[in-house]
Design a protein around this ligand. Structure first.
Ligand SMILES: C[S@@+](CC[C@H](N)C(=O)[O-])C[C@H]1O[C@@H](n2cnc3c(N)ncnc32)[C@H](O)[C@@H]1O
Length: 201
């Protein structure tokens, strides 16, 4: 049994947390807010009809956009309520409930590796800290040769950027490019957000 993710600890403490989160994104979508910035960056990383894993997909705004762009998308999230919302709001991708620290898609019949993996929306900081290294190893194991992972999260959330980059290196990733935003601004020592584009070593 793996340690419960910080996200599911929040859900246990407040059973309304997941529905609040779903409604937050639904109301932003109704308001016409731009919810696809991360997806547009990932789309630029891959050929057409690529295989993309949305790791910690939540209610599916990123994977849904990428599927609409013609990619073959699998989304995995530990919160069943969010996966139900993804199925409802963004039909098309394969949405699966699962903990990223136990990710084994071949065991679930999804045998081909991924051209890109996106892990956006602070997912890394909602993992149980003891599982971070294992999650990165499993993401690495699901990446196709030449594929890239795009992982983004904010500073001040309990996972320092240097520690993340060390864990990523230990998992077999190498940074291709470090950015501070999903719209391609460069990363600097004082950046308060990191978008790491990682390739396999
Ligand atoms: C802030 S939400 C971001 C959702 C989505 N990536 C987005 O940007 O819209 C963080 C997500 O991380 C997921 N998560 C946290 N720990 C996880 C784990 N161990 N395995 C799978 N998903 C996890 C949560 O369930 C939640 O959906």
């Amino acid at each position: 049994m793996v340690e419960q993710s910080i996200w599911m600890q929040k859900v246990a403490a407040d059973p309304g947390h997941s529905s609040w989160y779903v409604e937050r994104f639904r109301s932003m979508a109704r308001a016409g807010d731009d919810l696809a910035g991360e997806a547009r960056l990932v789309d630029a990383l891959v050929p057409r009809r690529a295989r993309i894993l949305d790791a910690g997909c939540g209610p599916g705004r990123i994977g849904g956009w990428l599927a609409d762009a013609g990619h073959d998308v699998v989304g995995v999230d530990v919160d069943p309520f969010l996966i139900e919302a993804a199925e409802h709001d963004h039909p098309g991708p394969r949405w699966l409930v699962g903990d990223l620290s136990e990710l084994d898609l071949p065991a679930r019949g999804i045998t081909d590796p991924f051209d890109a993996i996106v892990c956006a929306g602070n997912v890394m900081t909602f993992l149980a800290p003891t599982t971070r290294g294992e999650v990165l190893k499993r993401l690495r194991a699901h990446l196709a040769p030449g594929g890239r992972a795009a992982i983004g999260f904010g500073a001040g959330r309990g996972y320092e950027f240097p520690a993340f980059l060390e864990d990523a290196a230990a998992a077999g990733f190498e940074p291709d490019l470090l950015l501070s935003t999903w719209d391609l601004r460069p990363f600097a020592d004082d950046s308060d957000f990191l978008v790491a584009l990682l390739r396999g070593r």
